[in-house]
Design a protein around this ligand. Sequence first.
Ligand code: AMP
Ligand code: ZN
Length: 112
Amino acid sequence: MDCLFCAIIKGDIPSGKVYEDEYCYAFMDINPQAPKHCLIVPKLHIASADEITEENSVYVSKIFEAVPKVAKLLDLSDGYRIISNVGEHGCQSVKHLHFHILGGKKLSENMG
Ligand code: AMP
Ligand code: ZN
């Protein structure tokens, strides 16, 4: 399967790694939308949040256990935003589930 984020997890494509454990991999976004912009992805290929099931949801809960660790590593003690785009209307461009973590300044109140 040809998946950019699977290739990044494998190390076939370089990335600015922030954090890694058995279940997830976090790295800096190549095109940051905030002063600090990181992506957290499951090490299992899940196409989007719309593909989360009882069988794979442990990867999602492990990602959210990693979120505070990643936020600490990025020094986001003033807060941050987590976003996951899904499908065409969500403007998802990479079809491997990922959570954007954005921070480093006060973000816009507008999310839509
Ligand atoms: P989305 O549009 O929600 O699917 O988000 C995909 C994100 O992946 C975008 O914010 C891109 O900037 C980011 N991205 C694409 N290629 C890379 C890469 N090679 N390394 C890091 N981030 C990337
Ligand atoms: Zn993948």
